[in-house]
Design a protein around this ligand. Structure first.
Ligand code: SF4
Ligand code: SF4
Length: 176
């Protein structure tokens, strides 16, 4: 069983390679594997949807005055678990990797913040809480904090399960 997420695809990617990944996965993965991916992806989606209102409120409070916005950092990418999650959701995929060149900004960053719904963002953009937001969380009732920790644990475990499910096909998927 995987204990850590793969770094595979955590780098700039052309839109062609991004599309190739999803086309190759659709071709290679048997229906039962796709169904298993979907079931994990839906559990992750539900957990992110539950986190979403609190995170939206936290961002509304902290981001407008931020002097060092996290979205301008260069190292944010979809990794393999993110891409398997998107595949499992089986909806319209985001256009591509966050950037096609190392020096480019994240393509999803707009004037009002991220243009992607939270459920479609790389997971690093969901779990990351900057200092003011982490402080805000510690001000919440203990019960709420336990719930957030439980949702993070749940997401992590389903993301590792996505990787485990696709493990036999990983070398082919990495090679697109
Ligand atoms: S999440 Fe935190 S670090 Fe990122 S832009 Fe908002 S306030 Fe700044
Ligand atoms: S995907 Fe959205 S949240 Fe993540 S770095 Fe890009 S703009 Fe920010």
């Amino acid at each position: 069983m995987f204990e850590e997420e793969s770094n595979c695809f955590r780098h700039p990617l052309s839109d062609g390679r991004w599309r190739n990944f999803f086309a190759a996965a659709a071709r290679l993965l048997p229906q039962e594997v796709r169904r298993e991916l979907r079931s994990h992806a839906l559990c992750i989606r539900r957990a992110v949807e539950e986190l979403d209102p609190w995170m939206d409120a936290a961002c509304a409070e902290t981001c407008p005055t931020c002097r060092d916005p996290c979205c301008t950092a260069g190292g944010i990418f979809y990794n393999l678990a993110d891409m398997l999650y998107l595949l499992g959701l089986d909806e319209a995929f985001p256009l591509g990797q966050t950037r096609t060149r190392p020096d480019a900004p994240c393509r999803y960053l707009g004037p009002g913040g991220c243009r992607l719904p939270r459920i479609y963002r790389p997971y690093v953009c969901v779990w990351f809480l900057c200092e003011p937001q982490a402080r805000r969380l510690t001000d919440e009732p203990a019960r709420f904090q336990r719930r957030v920790a439980e949702l993070y644990r749940r997401i992590r475990s389903h993301r590792l399960a996505l990787l485990e499910t696709a493990r036999p096909f990983q070398p082919h998927l990495e090679d697109v």
